[in-house]
Each structure stands twice: as C-alpha cells, then as structure tokens.
Ligand binder design. Structure first.
Ligand code: FPP
Length: 244
C-alpha cells in the first residue's frame, strides 16, 4: 500500500486537534537487529521527526510525545545517559532549525530534576519558539501523570493557604489549570505503538474522553502513513463524550 493511501481519505475539516503518542518499542526494535538499546532510541528519534513533520504538514495543532517518564530513571545508567544525550542533540537541532520551521516546543514534566544544561536548553528553546504559529510540540520529559497531579495538588494547597484559591470553587477547569498541560486542549486521540495496551502513567486526567489507538508496529517503524491511518480510524469512531 503506498504511503499516501490513508492520507487521501482523511477529512481535513475534522482533524484531531491534539494527538498524544506513547512511542513504545525502541528496545525491541534494536534487539531484533542485535543492536544496542541506544541504537533503537536513535531510530526512534528519527521516527519522531518524520511523524512531527507529517503532523505539522497536515495541520495538526498539538502533538504530545512521551519521551522520558518519571519511572525511566530506573533504567540502567548508560541507557538513561544516552537518552539524555539524544535529548540534548534533539533540542540543539531544534534550536538551530527554529528559524526554518514554524514549530512551537515546550516541555511537560518536572524539569527541576533534569541536568542544568538541559534546563537551560529548554528555556532557550521555549523562548525562541514561543511566537511560532504552527504545530505545538509538547515533549513529556521526566513526566508521570501521578507526579503531575501531586505537584498540582501541592500548588493548589499552597494557593489556598495564601488565599489565591478558594477550595469551594475548585472544579474540573481549576484542576486542568494546575496541570503541566494548562491551556492545551485535551488529546482527541492517543496512539501507543508496539502492541502494548496500557497507559503507563501518561496524561491520565487529560485522556478522559480520548480515543485510544493501539498499533502493533514498533515505534522506529511507525511512519507518516501509520499516522494517517490512525487519524482515519479516529474519524470513523463515534465519540459521544458520555452522551447517547
Ligand atoms: C520506549 O521504548 C521509548 C522510550 C522510553 C523513549 C522514547 C524516546 C525516543 C523515541 C527518543 C527520542 C525522543 C526525544 C525527544 C529525543 P522502550 O525503550 O521501552 O522499548 P521496549 O519496550 O521495546 O524496550
């Protein structure tokens, strides 16, 4: 099937505004080639670039990708180091290319635990791309949904103590505004690759009404057409948001 098969069937007037992706399977992809896990993550970062460009060209407004979870620190040190180095290169490349594209980048997650130079790169990139009007890329880094909720509840408690927030007035919108994703619409579509069917502590509040799409391909093999296929399937689902 050629690469544009699903693209031509997509209704451009009903695109999901926000797609979230759990990019799973880099390790297995590398293992099947008798390569290191780092090799798999490098291939994964190339796949991300392709999918990002395809989503941007199609007119998707928000793309959130799970790059490093709060649990990923427990992986072997050399794998954590190589993921962080990959991230450094990725951020550097986007800083360099930011004049050439229209992508706006920000980071979800607890940035305070990242190395200082990475925090500095993130600050620079967030500032440099803040005026862009194209796709918003949200990279979840040292992100975990429960950690995000804990940080939000602490901040709400503090704001109540300081009389900046009235406990009785807390509603769904208030909670959304205390999460890392404040001002970002909830995902319409969540994609997870590699055949695993779990949420792995990703955007648990935000995906309350998202369509879930699981695909068997390992992340480094996921390409433009797989993205179009997921969007096409999304458009053929019946979203009811709890109504009939
Ligand atoms: C899951 O595959 C993937 C990750 C934990 C990292 C995702 C990172 C990338 C795609 C790299 C690029 C991202 C940026 C922003 C630089 P896994 O290692 O759990 O695979 P496995 O389940 O097959 O072992």
């Amino acid at each position: 099937m050629d690469g544009s098969y699903y693209k031509q069937m997509i209704d451009l007037d009903r695109l999901p505004k926000h797609i979230a992706i759990i990019m799973d399977g880099n390790g297995r992809w590398a293992k099947s080639r008798k390569k290191s896990r780092t090799y798999g993550h490098k291939a994964g970062s190339k796949a991300l670039e392709k999918v990002l460009n395809a989503a941007d060209a199609l007119g998707i407004s928000h793309l959130t990708v799970y790059a490093f979870s709060t649990e990923n620190w427990q992986r072997p040190k050399d794998e954590v180091d190589s993921l962080m180095n990959l991230l450094r290169n990725y951020l550097k490349k986007y800083l360099r290319d930011s004049d050439k594209n229209n992508i706006k980048i920000d980071i979800l997650g607890d940035k305070t635990k990242l190395d200082n130079d990475i925090q500095e790169q993130i600050r620079e990139l967030e500032i440099k791309t803040s005026g862009k009007s194209g796709l918003n890329l949200h990279i979840a880094l040292n992100y975990g949904s429960r950690d995000e909720m804990i940080r939000a509840v602490r901040k709400m408690g503090q704001d109540i103590l300081e009389s900046k927030l009235n406990a009785d007035s807390i509603d769904q919108d208030t909670i959304s505004m205390y999460l890392d994703t404040k001002n970002i619409p909830d995902p319409d579509l969540l994609i997870r690759t590699s055949g695993e069917q779990r949420l792995s502590n990703f955007l648990l509040w935000q995906i309350a009404y998202s369509e879930l799409y699981f695909c068997d391909k390992l992340w480094p093999d996921f390409d433009d057409n797989d993205l179009y296929k997921a969007i096409y399937e999304f458009q053929n689902r019946n979203r009811r948001f709890g109504l009939i």
